[in-house]
Write a protein that binds this ligand. Structure first.
Ligand code: PLP
Length: 469
């Protein structure tokens, strides 16, 4: 079916809520490693990665074989939270390769298929444990679309969609939101200490270490340690939402490892299943696991195909630190390239920020950012915008991307930025009319580090977040 026919069909049959297909109006068909292909055979390098669900690329062969074997031998697919071999292997592997080596002890709750399910479960449990209702959240936070998750999300457009008040959540400034003009946590510390402040003692604080949808805002390790310390002193539970930044996106498996903190509750989803299949986890400090059997449930919790691929992902990429080191090395390269790119466009205030392989190119407003994404798409690169005004071009390449593919994507992005910000320079025509020669060649799913150096993983943020204008 031609794209115009499909657009017509979507126009009449699919809800107006659809969004990505409006930005990328082609019909995607195949995918492999770092690449998507439309039905005409055109290749698109994927710096979007299913919004962080495809850290190991598309159809990673290391997970495909176990999945096919599982399917063809009639193993259990749907099982709610019954015991299955696939679940046992996933839990044992998570413990062996992720939790124990990091000296982390958590119980695993499978709260439902998506990230918002993991957030809902964490919020409910924190309230049940403490008997309190309030939750502290941060400016530009994003935690999902269900009512509880939405109540701790900052974006006004999404909040408005709730159609009901979103109470029991209090926003506080994220790291450097006030441009470094106020000492970290000065306001929150006062609110908690002064019995006249009007803030009821919160059950929990929920935080992302790097805000993905919020525009790649990077919290420093010191800020995160300060937050963990504050929570500890005031008896408030700390929830880290690692739905987008977990599973190695910032380098280490958990994004909070760089700060050396141990949250009380952790939300994971997206890349945890490896293959882009729905799976979410709420990790609970053992002494906090006061759920009664069945008190929080759902039909689609133990999705066995996700367990099979998730186990293969952990076994393939997390038996050593090669992927982590490669991510940090590649991330440093991206940081250098983006910083140079931002500085190469005179008369603009573009800047770059990020950590690991999560990066943002920040524009003054949403207009140039949207145009850059559109120009990049024309040249065969998928990138989306983020931030409260959609003013940030967000880069989430697969962690398994080859150096050549990464550079190719950065080159397209640079061309797109120049075409938008220096229009007389004009974009070059798409190089081969169907897709670049790199597509499908460079072992996009290998994940082998190439000359990996020691990475610092501290993140970078060129200028304070409070603009002078
Ligand atoms: N938390 C974070 C940090 C996210 O980035 C997202 C989605 O982007 C969610 C929660 C919600 O996940 P889902 O869309 O799977 O419900």
């Amino acid at each position: 079916m031609a794209i115009s026919a499909l657009e017509d069909l979507s126009e009449t049959k699919e809800s107006g809520v659809r969004s990505y297909c409006r930005n990328w109006p082609v019909v995607f068909d195949r995918a492999s490693g770092s690449w998507l292909y439309d039905e005409e055979g055109r290749a698109y390098l994927d710096f979007f990665c299913g919004a962080g669900a495809l850290n190991y690329g598309h159809n990673n062969p290391a997970f495909k074989r176990p999945l096919i074997d599982y399917l063809t031998s009639d193993r259990v697919t749907h099982s709610l939270d019954m015991f299955t071999v696939a679940k046992r292997e996933f839990l044992a592997t998570l413990d062996e390769l992720i939790l124990r080596p990091r000296d982390l002890e958590y119980r695993v709750q499978f709260p439902g298929p998506g990230g918002a399910n993991a957030v809902e479960a964490a919020l409910k449990l924190a309230r049940k444990i403490t008997g309190r209702t309030e939750v502290v959240t941060f400016t530009n936070a994003f935690h999902g679309m269900t009512l509880g998750a939405l109540s701790v999300t900052g974006n006004a457009f999404y909040r408005h969609g709730a159609g009901v008040p979103l109470p029991h959540a209090t926003p506080m400034p994220y790291d450097r939101w006030l441009g470094g003009q106020t000492r970290d946590f000065l306001w929150l510390e006062h609110l908690l200490s002064d019995r006249g402040s009007g803030l009821d003692k919160p059950a929990a604080v929920i935080v992302e270490t790097v805000q993905g949808e919020g525009g790649i805002n990077v919290a420093s390790p010191e800020w995160l340690r300060g937050l963990a310390d504050l929570c500890g002193r005031h008896g408030i539970l700390l929830i880290v939402d690692d739905v987008q930044m977990g599973c190695g996106r910032t380098g280490p498996f958990f994004s909070f490892e760089t700060a050396g903190i141990k949250p009380d509750l952790i939300c994971l989803s997206k890349a945890i299943s490896g293959y882009g299949m729905p799976l979410a986890l709420t990790l609970i400090r053992p002494d906090l696991d006061i759920w009664k059997p069945g008190e929080h449930n759902g039909t689609f919790r133990g999705f066995n195909l996700a367990f099979v691929a998730g186990t293969a992902a952990l076994r393939t990429y997390w038996h050593d630190d090669a992927l982590e080191r490669a991510t940090l090395t590649k991330g440093q390269h991206v940081a250098r390239m983006l910083t140079a790119l931002a500085g190469s466009v005179p008369g603009t205030r573009i800047f770059a920020r990020g950590r690991g392989l999560a990066h943002g190119l920040v524009f003054d407003n949403g207009d140039p950012a949207a145009k850059v994404c559109a120009a990049a798409f024309e040249q065969g690169l998928l990138v989306e915008t983020a931030g409260p005004e959609s003013e940030v071009v967000k880069l989430l390449p697969p962690l398994t991307i080859s150096d050549a593919e990464l550079q190719h994507g950065l080159d397209i992005l640079a061309e797109a930025v120049r075409a938008v910000c220096l229009p007389h320079s004009g974009p070059e025509p798409r190089r081969d009319g169907r897709g670049h020669g790199l597509a499908g060649q460079a072992g996009g799913a290998s994940g082998e580090p190439e000359g990996a150096d020691e990475g610092h993983g501290d993140g970078y943020d060129a200028i304070p977040r409070l603009r002078s204008s």
